[in-house]
Design a protein. Structure first.
Length: 114
């Protein structure tokens, strides 16, 4: 297996982590915070921010190897995954505007790829 394929997997994994982290942040802003040593903590928000930071580092590493033309198809996948995860895990509904917006993102990604 070529090393470049590993970096493609890293890029897809970064998108998956980023999408999951954004859903954790959505949950975290609605949850109770915990006080420890005078500091307020919310585990959902902490894990969400940590996931976004990890996704950032993985994306930077992948962008060093994966051509940017290919990244134009990989990175926007998070704009489709976040509403999908929100629908599956948070029971949020799809509106017509949201579906139309996701369609434009997918079409725009393919147009940019050409």
């Amino acid at each position: 297996m070529s090393d470049s394929y590993v970096y493609y997997l890293v890029a897809y994994f970064a998108v998956l982590i980023s999408s999951t982290a954004q859903v954790l942040l959505k949950v975290g802003v609605q949850k109770k915070t915990y006080r420890f040593l005078g500091i307020e903590f919310n585990l959902y928000v902490l894990f969400g921010l940590g996931g976004l930071f990890a996704a950032l580092l993985l994306s930077i590493k992948a962008m060093g190897v994966v051509p940017l033309k290919d990244m134009t198809l990989i990175v926007p996948a998070s704009y489709v995954l976040v509403p999908l995860f929100s629908y599956l895990f948070l029971k949020e509904q799809f509106s017509n505007k949201k579906i139309l917006g996701m369609g434009f993102i997918v079409i725009g990604s393919f147009v940019a790829y050409l």
